[in-house]
Write a protein that binds this ligand. Structure first.
Ligand code: NAD
Length: 274
């Protein structure tokens, strides 16, 4: 497939633009995933807690692509943290997806008050050794959580999937990732749709005769981020991958840089969440 892939520290590669399926109902996920794959997507981001792994798996099979061409990510939910529970949760995810292995498995949230993310990380390391997951990473980790798991196991997460969009650009965390060789993946890359009517974004989109969604996804791509926009609408699914025929110039990038806001977080604070 034509879109770029990003090299991970463990030698694997991930397609830079993927399809997010949070809040996509299980029975809708079949058609959504099949449609996305037919339109050129090669990367799907799900999670046990999304309740749609069966539908995602059915969509993968319906598209009929060779397994090696599609990159599938799932995540271990906070209630399944701990060594044994996490291993069982990964098995259950594979069972629902009807896959022998996922390409990437993440710890969904550090949930630091549970005190289990190091044991959970050890389970992901084990699952990788057993061939049930090809790459392992984390989500919503702060620098102290990253350094804790690497310090205790010597195993680097290939990426950290965090809330990231023009209104919440995570510059400090991205720098810490770069220093450590960890890739950054953007969740809610469109700010859950809230950024699509931002006047600065709308202006840049008009200049390029592109949509606001395309301008924002292009910004993630040019920023070297892995990006997983969500839509269930076929025309939008297609639009969101069609971001390789234009580039943002210095003026566009300056306008978008100025949108960063320390209070721009939409989702939960990882230090306190669940
Ligand atoms: P998003 O930023 O991708 O926005 C999705 C919404 O934007 C859609 O529901 C739709 O309303 C709108 N939209 C999308 N494309 C559009 C288009 N072309 N034109 C007009 N409107 C459009 O929001 P998200 O779903 O929160 O994030 C994307 C993915 O990130 C999720 O599906 C999930 O896979 C992942 N995620 C992970 C975590 C985590 O904790 N790891 C948390 C949230 C989301």
């Amino acid at each position: 497939s034509p879109q770029p892939r990003i090299a991970l520290a463990d030698g694997q590669q991930i397609p830079q633009v993927g399809l997010g399926v949070w809040q996509t109902p299980n029975d809708a996920a079949v058609d959504v995933v099949r449609t996305a794959l037919q339109h050129g997507y090669r990367h799907v981001d799900t999670a046990a807690v999304y309740g749609n792994e069966e539908g995602v798996g059915a969509g993968l099979r319906a598209a009929g692509l060779p397994r090696a061409e599609v990159f599938v990510t799932t995540k271990v939910w906070s209630e399944d943290q701990g060594f044994d529970r996490a291993l069982r949760a990964i098995d259950a995810s594979l069972q629902r997806l009807q896959l022998d292995a996922v390409d990437l498995c993440l710890i969904h949230w550090p949930a630091p008050h549970r005190g289990l993310f190091v044991d959970t990380w050890k389970a992901l390391v084990r699952a990788r050794e057993e061939g049930r997951v090809r790459s392992i990473g984390v989500s919503n980790f702060e620098v102290e959580h990253l350094d804790r798991i690497v310090g205790e196991t010597g195993v680097l997460p290939v990426l950290n999937q965090v809330e990231l969009h023009p209104r919440f650009q995570q510059r400090r965390l991205r720098e810490a990732h770069a220093e450590r060789g960890i890739r950054t993946e953007s969740w809610s890359p469109l700010g859950q749709g809230q950024l699509l009517s931002d006047p600065a974004i709308v202006r840049v989109a008009a200049i390029h005769r592109r949509t606001p969604a395309q301008v924002i996804i292009r910004w993630h791509v040019e920023s070297g981020l892995i990006v997983i926009p969500k839509s269930v609408t076929p025309s939008r699914i297609r639009e969101n991958l069609d971001v390789f025929g234009f580039t943002l110039d210095a003026e566009d990038l300056a306008a978008m840089a100025a949108l960063d806001d320390p209070g721009g977080r939409i989702g939960p604070d990882p230090m306190r969440a669940r």
